[in-house]
Ligand binder design. Structure first.
Ligand SMILES: Nc1ncnc2c1ncn2[C@@H]1O[C@H](COP(=O)(O)OP(=O)(O)OP(=O)(O)O)[C@@H](O)[C@H]1O
Ligand SMILES: [Mg+2]
Length: 277
């Protein structure tokens, strides 16, 4: 018996249709082996310098993985490869068993269920918190079509649930520009959640946050894990300690160490190149 989802080309049939990117373009996500993301032998060079050097990474569905490592280790470049912003010179990137991300555009990868948060929040400052979430939910329409389309009860419930989750219910009708830096970061995470991603990539999410905002973000991430898979790049070790299932240390574009935070903190090479500074 043949199972269509395991045919090598099952995902490429509609990928040329860019106009379709609000819909599924790449087949079903298959996490039957437990892994949601696989990077194998990824190399990225800029002017002969290897930002990623035969990088291997495998992430389990539902886990909360933290990626640490010195400046220039390749952490952001790794996220650029996963989201299609940078094409690797060599290596493979798979989302689940069957979705070959190296053959997809950035919008197709987002539509397949991978959400990315950059360090700087990119919310619409003049619009209310609520309207930002509403627009994110309908990202496949034009702004004008989104604002005139009536919300269904179910859509209103989704926005309300997301507002509660990102701790912004009481701010719903304020312009996003008046939020604190931390609240803007949460709003942007909420906007990603409206797209119902399976995998969330977050680059230095607590940079610039107050201590209490950082603590609330740790709680939020722990609530999101399991239903989502989170890959979090952070330099804040206290934050990493409070959330990580497993930690990967990158150095010069490769994995230097991987395991519990305690085990990588005890690793002599890790102390030498990163923690001991
Ligand atoms: N578009 C690019 N052009 C040239 N070099 C680049 C480009 N993107 C990244 N690099 C280089 O690749 C290396 C890895 O950079 P990257 O931004 O991935 O590091 P990082 O681990 O995210 O560091 P940080 O902790 O400072 O954010 C750096 O030496 C950087 O200068
Ligand atoms: Mg970076």
């Amino acid at each position: 018996m043949t199972t269509p989802s395991t045919l090598p080309d099952a995902n490429s049939q509609t990928s040329g249709n860019a106009a379709n990117y609000g819909h599924v373009v790449s087949g079903e996500l298959d996490v039957s082996h437990g892994q949601i993301l696989y990077l194998e032998d990824i190399t990225v060079s800029f002017d002969g310098f290897r930002s990623l050097n035969k990088l291997q990474l495998s992430i389990t569905d539902g886990e909360l993985r933290c990626i640490i490592g010195p400046n220039g280790a390749g952490k952001t470049t790794m996220m650029d490869v996963i989201t299609g912003k940078t094409r690797p010179d060599s290596g493979t990137v798979f989302f689940g068993q069957t979705i070959d991300l190296s053959r997809m555009t950035e919008p197709e990868i987002a539509a397949a269920g991978i959400g990315r948060k950059f360090q700087k929040p990119t919310v619409f400052e003049a619009m209310s918190v609520y309207d930002n979430l509403e627009l994110a939910m309908k990202a496949d329409k034009t702004v004008w079509a989104s604002l005139i389309a009536r919300l269904s009860g179910e859509q209103r419930d989704r926005i309300a649930a997301t507002l509660a989750r990102i701790r912004l219910t009481s701010e719903a009708h304020r312009p996003a520009g008046l939020l604190s830096h931390g609240q803007k970061q949460w709003l942007e995470i909420g906007m990603l959640l409206m797209q119902e991603p399976r995998l969330l990539l977050l680059d230095e999410p607590v940079a610039g946050m107050t201590d209490s905002e950082t603590e609330a973000t740790a709680e939020l991430f722990l609530e999101l894990a399991r239903n989502h898979t989170l890959v979090v790049v952070e330099h804040d070790m206290g934050f990493v300690e409070s959330i990580a299932d497993k930690v990967t240390v990158l150095h010069e574009g490769s994995v230097l160490a991987e395991g519990s935070l305690a085990s990588v903190q005890a690793n002599e090479r890790v102390i030498e190149v990163y923690l001991g500074r």
